[in-house]
Each structure stands twice: as structure tokens, then as C-alpha cells.
Design a binder for this molecule. Structure first.
Ligand code: BES
Ligand code: ZN
Length: 890
């Protein structure tokens, strides 16, 4: 038996075809009893049946074979569990016959409180605390609910039966076919599922209300939520019905199941889970309350629903062959969720907002401790950590890059044929490339291998020389070092106008492009149209117009311009010649280059000054994010300049505040509603007096009346953050008042808004109080990490607290995906080599596979910050530049 230990994949001498599962959860004692009959195809001689099981007590097991005239039952001579590898091995004294048999196992388990496997979540009903039973199986926790071949490629059919209390709603992937009541219990049987992977099986048992609709082809769609909150499910229902239709057309395959249920679960580790036909969500990701949810919450719901529904095809119908190809699922669902959302809500300009996703991908992939999109996975415990920005965001961004290279129409056609070809089966990355290659005639496999099989991405440096553009690629690393990766980079360049465009593949390290003809045409066009193209009349450098690479930021790379080109672009930004996506890209690249010490902070700040008249939500929002990061570095590097820097940032956002004011305007856009909240929050964080005073006035009104028009949901966070800026141990009114609001609210979005606002308090004692509060039963364990993104002043306290409570934290969150948040949130804000060393030493004896990568990445970030601080300290011209910028008015 020992031979099965330590192997990452199950041996394949028995193949499961169909599971008949019966479960009886007891919501009072939090235990469950179960039995499973698995139709097996024994394909090779064996005395062993090896499958997965974890935290289950096995009561009995046997394999039986039936033929026309006889039947034989094999009892195992030994049943053993290898806990380390989640294996259940049944050993038989004789070889099992090749052919079809039935493996029958009886077992018992515990409804755990770890938000994985078969677990309990709690809720209140009529003032009484109750349990519900929920499953979360991805990536590898179906084995905690029933013994199974728990690998994505081991697809089978599932027939589920539940024994539950009569008064409860019991849901599974498929519709109910029969309910039999027997006293206080009912036996609910569900239709057999089509062939699917174990990680997509789902069960929910509890008290719920629902709203219902159906698609034009009769698929019944329901949103289940807490009793009394059905209205909050209406928005998600609307999105779901529309999105199903859209995907049916996009993938050219109908939704594969007869029904789709979506349900809000009060305790949920991820954001949402795409279980086939029964999608589970955190409340914040599904429910929308007209009165108390913000525009940002609404957008999130749409994106999450669109993402999970995309998986019903991409993931559920066609499933990755192994976790190495997880990115196929997640990268694709992320990308296509933007496509769907854009279709439903074009006014949200969601593709511009997509840049927030790609920049997070670039940020993580700029670390030496990043990993390739296709990553080797050996052990189940390593899987959780790859649900990261590489799989999701870089994955989505390289898909966008490819789509933009191949063209939308060809891309969609090829995808539809990929889905058809691999439906009810599994696929690898190469299979997707093959379909796209066939559909386009382009060498997709070769092009994409450079993006998915190696980590990192290039920065393309571009210089003008004698009417030529010189391009050179090298690996971008935030540490400032140069890696030796090389990519096939789809380069796009435009010259002074979006109509003068050149595309080519940069396949070598460097290349030169003769640009005479492009310059000519852009100047000519300029004269013809009479409109400005940013052409400035300084012919000395051989060019007279702006040149922008990576047009529309469609490529997953950065661009470093020489000084002449950078100055032209600044001018083009000031004069509004560039699109929002390009303005975003120039800013983002410049920030990254500054952090990597390839550009001075003074020049980054000067570039930021070109955005004083910026109106676009995504660009401004990114400007705000960057200004927070700069303020943090400046606090360590040049504290004497911090006030000037803050003053400069305040002046940057002044225009927007004046335009938007505090009070929402009738009929204003969704983006303005989101922007108002973010800009006011920024002014509060940077200590703008008028903002702080007004925020506190409005907060008072809110405390008096939770429905006051003075504090609508979109500006609540700004007011909370402002209130927290003034809180200290001797002046705790704001903190106590916010805690009261937290306790009184039963809307998750409100609670999460408060937790993240509390963390911005500059008083370390309050931060300690908050952190201890996070560990109490008043904060659901799914939400605790939200209070960890602390102010600069609080980071040392947070670190000491993390060390003091590590054992408890590790026990509570250590076996799920949330533990990494604790590490990265607390460690990454530091900016000194001493601290990096201290963190390393603390974790030397405490690291484990589930946090190993995140820990290394967080420590790398601390070192990057430390180097950045040193270089900013050494910038001679910084003080002068900062003062100049701070005093310049719009
Ligand atoms: N398949 C994931 C859920 C998941 C994440 C399971 C991690 C196991 C571990 C789901 O499709 C997903 O990606 N959810 C996202 C939301 C999405 C909109 C990016 C999430 O949970 O954040
Ligand atoms: Zn997903």
C-alpha cells in the first residue's frame, strides 16, 4: 500500500463513471452520515482501489460485480487512510476482475467551520441563530464530503439524494425529481447530472427565500437569499438571465442544464463558486440593496455573476485537464465577464476598468517570485495559492492581447469550436491554442507559449534616432534587476493620431523601424483635418508628434520611452489627445518604472501633474491608488516633504471634487457616482480640512437617521474614512459610532465598508483594538482580512499583533485561501531590509506550503520598497520639484 503515498495524481486502474450519493446532514450536531455507490470501470489488473477521502470516518467498503447470472462481492482485506495525501486505499486479497463493478462505501463526517468541504454556515432567523449546510469543493475538497476520484479529469455523472428536515430548502446541481416526507424528515432526490468533475458538485441546505425568472428557452433561474431579503436578489437575477442568453450566443452552445440557481451564503471563503447549476456566492457578491449598496457594489455583482456563469461553459462543460491549466478557467472567465458586462452596461466603460485587472497582473508578475501562468502543481495543498493574480489577471490580460491580435470575430468563432470539440470532456492550454490556430491561420501556439510557459513580461524601451524608432525588450522586474526572459510581443504603435497605426511582432531582442512614412502621414493628416494631434513644432529631435506604443493597452507589457517621447506624451495628455486607456497606461508604466528605480519620483510627479484636468473614472481612480502608494513611500523616505506631496495630490483632485461635490446629482452617471466616493476618500486620507469637516457633519446626520439623504451609500466610505482620521484613544467617538453602525447593520456590504474604513485610522492603539475585534465572533471569519489594510502608522502594531496571534490565525484560516491575505496585508507595507529579515526569521519555522509563495512575494515587496525608499532619499531635485508642484494651482 505504501506505493501510493506521496503521489500527486491518483492511479488510473479504476475509472469512476457514476456516483450515487446519499447524505444525511444533522444541522444541530453538525455531523453527517453518507453512503456512496460508485460505478467503476476496472481497466487494469489490481488488488487495490485507490481514491481520495479526507476527514471522513469510513464505516464499510466493498466492490461488487454483477453479470447476467451471477454476482460477486469483494470485501477488502484492509481499508487504510493516508492522511498526508488524502488517500483512501482498499486492499483486496485477490485481483479484481476487469470490467464494470460497483464500489459501495458508508461513511460519516463533520460539518466543519472551515468553509470548505461540507461545512456549516450560520445565520439568524427570527432572532435565533441557525446552521445551514453548504459545500465548497474547489479545488480539492469534495473528498471531505464523500470518497471520490477528486481530480478534474475524472468526470462522472452524479445522482444525489438528501435526507433533511422537512422545513428546509435543499438544493443541489440538478432539479428535484422527488420529495418524500417521513415525519420530520424528507428525502429529496435530484435528477442525475451530466458528466462533470467532482469539484463542481454542490449541496446547500437551509432556510431561504428566492426570486425567479427564466430565459427565453425555458431555463429556470433563481436567486436564493436570506429570508426576507429576496428583493436584494433581483439585480443579480436580471444580470444572470441576460448573461446566459449572451453566452449561449457567444459560445454557440445552449446552457447545458435545465436550471440555474444562485445562492448567497453568509460564510464563504472565496467570492463565488461556479458549481454546475448551483452557483454559491458571498452575500456582497450577489445581493444588491437599492438603499444601502453603492454603485461599486452593483458593478461587482454584475462582474461576479458574469464570471461564474462563464464557467458554466468554460470550466464546467469543458474542464481543465489538471490544475496546471487552472488559468484557462479563471483567466478566461475573468476576460469574458468583462465582455458580458460591457454588453449589459456599456455606460460603465468596463473595458477601461479592465486595466485595473491587468495592472494587478503586471504588479505580481514583476516579482522574481512570480510563477508562469502554466504552473506545475504536485500536491493538493499547493493548489489554493495559484488562484492568484497570475491565473486570473495575467491570464485574462494575455487572452485580451490575443483577441486583439487575432480579431474579435475570428476569436469567437475559434472559441465556439473549442467548446464544441471538448464539451463534456477536458482540455489543456494547447487545445485552446490549436483551435485558435486553426481558426486564424496564425502561429498561436508559438506566440502564446512565450506568455504562458515562462513567468514575467517585457518592458519595451523605445527611442527615436534619425527618423527611426528603436525597440528593445528586456524582462521587467520591480526590483530593478533585469531578468533574461524574451517574448514574442505584439507591438502596436500610433503616430500623432489613432488613424496612423503600425503593428508588428517583436520576436527578437531589438528591432528598428523606419518611421518617416508614419510621421509624414500624421502631419499631413493633421493639416488636413485642422484638428490638433499633439504635433508640437520642435523639429530638432527629428519628430514632431506624439508616439504611443501598446495602443489601447491591449498588450501585457510595459513601455519605457526616451525623454523626448515622454515629453511629447505628457503634452498629448495635457492637451487631451489620448484615449483614457492610453492615459492610464502611460501613468501606470511610469509608476512601475519609478518603483523599479528606472525613473525618478520627481519625473513621475511631474507626469501626474499632467492629469489635473482628468475626468475619466478609471484614470482618476488609478491616479488615486498611485498617490496612496507614493505617500507611503514618501513617509519613509522624505517625511519632511510629505505635507507638500499631500498638498500636491489634493490639488490634483480638486477639479473633480469641485465638479462632483458631495451630493449626487439627479441622473448622473454610474462612473461619477463611483468617482465621487473615491476622490472624497482620497482628500480625507490626505487630510484636506474642508473635506474632513463636511464628512463629519454628514456622518452626524447619518447617525441620527440611517436613511438621511446626506450620506448615500456611494459616499459613505469617504465619510467613514474621514471620521477615522480624527480618532485616537482619547477621542474614540468616531470608532465607537462606526462599530455601532456595524453591529446594527445586517447588510454585508455595509459591514465590509466599515471594516476597511476602520483600518485607515492613524492611531496604533485603535488599530490594535480593531485587530483584536477582527478575531471576535462579531466578525465572520470570511471578513477578518478586510480590516488588515492599515494606515502607515498602524503597520508595526499589525505586525506585532500578527506574530502574537499567529497560532490562532494559522489554526483558523490556515487550511483555506484566506490565510495568504493575512501575510501579504501585514508584511508588504514595510520598506526596510531589517524588517524583511525579521519577517523571514519569524516565518522560518512557521511557513507551510499554503503560504510559502505569498510569503516570499511579500518579503520581496518589502525589499523593493526598501530600495525605492533609498533611491527617493537620494533624489537631489525632488524637494524643489515637489514644492513647485504643490504650489502650482490648476
Ligand atoms: N472558481 C472560483 C472560486 C474559487 C476560488 C474556488 C478560489 C476555490 C479557490 C470562482 O470562479 C472565482 O473565480 N471567484 C472569484 C470571483 C471572480 C469574479 C473573480 C472570487 O472568488 O474572488
Ligand atoms: Zn472563476
Amino acid at each position: 500500500m505504501e506505493q501510493f503515498k506521496g503521489q500527486s495524481r491518483l492511479p488510473k486502474f479504476a475509472v469512476p463513471k457514476r456516483y450515487d450519493i446519499r447524505l444525511k446532514p444533522d444541522l444541530i450536531s453538525c455531523k453527517f452520515a453518507g453512503s456512496v455507490n460508485i460505478d467503476l470501470d476496472i481497466v487494469a489488473d489490481t488488488r487495490f482501489v485507490v481514491l481520495n477521502a479526507a476527514d471522513l470516518s469510513i464505516r464499510s467498503g466493498s466492490v461488487s460485480f454483477k453479470s447476467k447470472d451471477s454476482s460477486k462481492v469483494f470485501q477488502p482485506s484492509k481499508i487504510e487512510i493516508f492522511e498526508e495525501d488524502d488517500l483512501l486505499v482498499l486492499e483486496f486479497s485477490e485481483t479484481l476482475p476487469i470490467g464494470l463493478g460497483v464500489l459501495a462505501i458508508e461513511f460519516e463526517g463533520i460539518l466543519n467551520d472551515k468553509m470548505k468541504g461540507f461545512y456549516r454556515s450560520t445565520y439568524e432567523h427570527n432572532g435565533e441563530k441557525k446552521n445551514m449546510a453548504v459545500t465548497q469543493f474547489e479545488p480539492a475538497d469534495a473528498r471531505r464530503c464523500f470518497p471520490c476520484w477528486d481530480e478534474p479529469a475524472c468526470k462522472a455523472m452524479f445522482k444525489i439524494t438528501l435526507d433533511v428536515p422537512v422545513e428546509l430548502v435543499a438544493l443541489s446541481n440538478m432539479p428535484v425529481i422527488e420529495e418524500k416526507v417521513d415525519g420530520l424528515l424528507k428525502t429529496v432526490s435530484y435528477q442525475e447530472s451530466p458528466i462533470m468533475s467532482t469539484y463542481l458538485v454542490a449541496i446547500v441546505v437551509g432556510l431561504f427565500d428566492y426570486v425567479e425568472d427564466h430565459t427565453s428557452d425555458g431555463v429556470k433561474v433563481r436567486v436564493y437569499c436570506q429570508v426576507g431579503k429576496a428583493n436584494e436578489g433581483k439585480f443579480a437575477l436580471h444580470v444572470a438571465v441576460k448573461t446566459l442568453k449572451l453566452y449561449e450566443e457567444y459560445f454557440a452552445v445552449p446552457y447545458p442544464l435545465p436550471k440555474l440557481d444562485m445562492i448567497a451564503i453568509p460564510d464563504f471563503a472565496a467570492g463565488a463558486m461556479e458549481n454546475y447549476g448551483l452557483v454559491t456566492y458571498r452575500e456582497v457578491a450577489l445581493l444588491y440593496d437599492d438603499q444601502h449598496s453603492a454603485a461599486a457594489n452593483k458593478q461587482r455583482v454584475a462582474i461576479v455573476v458574469a464570471h461564474e456563469l462563464a464557467h458554466q461553459w468554460f470550466g464546467n462543460l469543458v474542464t481543465m485537464e489538471w490544475w496546471t491549466h487552472l488559468w484557462l478557467n479563471e483567466g478566461f472567465a475573468t476576460w469574458v465577464s468583462y465582455l458580458a458586462t460591457d454588453n449589459l452596461f456599456p455606460e460603465w466603460k468596463i473595458w477601461t476598468q479592465f486595466l485595473d485587472e491587468s495592472t494587478e497582473g503586471l504588479r505580481l508578475d514583476g516579482l522574481e517570485e512570480s510563477h508562469p501562468i502554466e504552473v506545475e502543481v504536485n500536491h493538493a495543498r499547493e493548489i489554493d495559492e495559484i488562484f492568484d493574480s497570475i491565473s486570473y489577471r495575467k491570464g485574462a490580460a494575455v487572452i485580451r492581447m490575443l483577441q486583439s491580435y487575432l480579431g474579435a470575430e475570428c476569436f469567437q468563432r475559434s472559441l465556439a469550436s473549442y467548446i464544441k470539440r471538448h464539451a463534456y470532456s477536458n482540455a489543456k492550454t494547447e487545445d485552446l491554442w490549436a483551435a485558435l490556430e486553426e481558426g486564424s491561420g496564425e502561429p498561436v501556439n508559438k506566440l502564446m507559449n512565450s506568455w504562458t510557459k515562462q513567468k514575467g513580461y517585457p518592458v519595451v524601451s523605445v527611442k527615436v534616432k534619425d527618423q527611426n524608432l528603436e525597440f528593445e525588450q528586456s524582462q521587467f522586474l520591480s526590483s530593478g534587476s533585469h531578468g533574461n526572459g524574451q517574448w514574442i510581443v505584439p507591438i502596436t504603435v500610433c503616430f500623432g493620431s489613432y488613424d496612423v497605426l503600425k503593428n508588428f511582432l517583436l520576436e527578437t531582442k531589438s528591432e528598428t523601424l523606419d518611421i518617416k512614412e508614419f510621421l509624414g502621414s500624421s502631419v499631413a493628416k493633421d493639416k488636413l483635418s485642422g484638428s490638433g494631434s499633439g504635433c508640437i513644432c520642435d523639429r530638432n529631435n527629428g519628430i514632431s508628434t506624439w508616439i504611443k506604443l501598446n495602443v489601447d493597452q491591449a498588450g501585457f507589457y510595459r513601455v519605457k520611452y526616451d525623454e523626448v517621447l515622454a515629453a511629447r506624451l505628457r503634452y498629448a495628455i495635457e492637451n487631451k489627445y489620448l484615449s483614457a486607456t492610453d492615459r492610464f497606461g502611460i501613468l501606470d508604466d511610469s509608476f512601475a518604472l519609478c518603483m523599479a528605480r528606472q525613473q525618478s519620483l520627481a519625473s513621475l510627479l511631474t507626469l501626474m501633474g499632467a492629469y489635473r484636468e482628468e475626468l475619466e473614472y478609471t484614470v482618476l481612480s488609478h491616479l488615486i491608488t498611485i498617490s496612496y502608494k507614493i505617500a507611503r513611500i514618501a513617509a519613509d523616505a522624505v517625511p519632511e516633504l510629505l505635507d507638500f506631496i499631500k498638498q500636491f495630490f489634493i490639488s490634483l483632485f480638486q477639479n473633480s471634487v469641485e465638479r462632483l461635490g458631495w451630493q449626487p446629482k439627479a441622473g448622473e452617471s454610474h462612473l461619477d457616482a463611483m468617482l465621487r466616493g473615491e476622490v472624497l476618500t482620497a482628500l480625507a486620507v490626505f487630510g484636506h480640512d474642508l473635506t474632513l469637516v463636511e464628512a463629519i457633519r454628514r456622518f452626524h446626520a447619518f447617525l441620527e437617521d440611517r436613511n438621511t439623504p446626506l450620506l448615500p451609500p456611494d459616499i459613505r466610505k469617504a465619510a467613514y474614512v474621514a471620521v477615522m482620521q480624527k480618532v485616537s484613544v482619547s477621542n474614540r467617538w468616531g470608532y465607537d459610532s462606526l462599530l455601532r453602525v456595524y453591529r446594527e447593520s445586517d447588510l454585508s456590504q455595509e459591514k465590509t465598508r466599515i471594516l476597511s474604513s476602520l483600518a485607515t485610522c492613524p492611531d496604533p492603539n485603535i488599530i490594535l483594538e480593531l485587530h483584536n475585534f477582527l478575531l471576535t465572533s462579531e466578525v465572520r471569519s470570511q471578513d477578518a482580512y478586510l480590516g488588515l489594510a492599515v494606515s502607515m502608522e498602524g503597520r508595526e502594531t499589525a505586525w506585532t499583533w500578527l506574530k502574537d496571534n499567529w497560532e490562532h490565525i494559522s489554526n483558523t484560516w490556515g487550511s483555506g485561501p484566506l490565510i495568504t491575505r493575512f501575510v501579504s496585508a501585514v508584511v508588504s507595507p514595510f520598506a526596510s531590509f531589517e524588517k524583511a529579515k525579521e519577517v523571514e526569521e519569524f516565518f522560518a519555522s512557521r511557513s507551510k506550503p499554503s503560504i510559502a509563495r505569498t510569503l516570499k512575494q511579500s518579503i520581496e515587496r518589502v525589499c523593493i520598497n526598501a530600495k525605492w525608499v533609498e533611491s527617493v532619499r537620494g533624489e537631489k531635485d525632488l524637494a524643489e520639484a515637489v514644492k513647485e508642484l504643490a504650489h502650482r494651482k490648476c
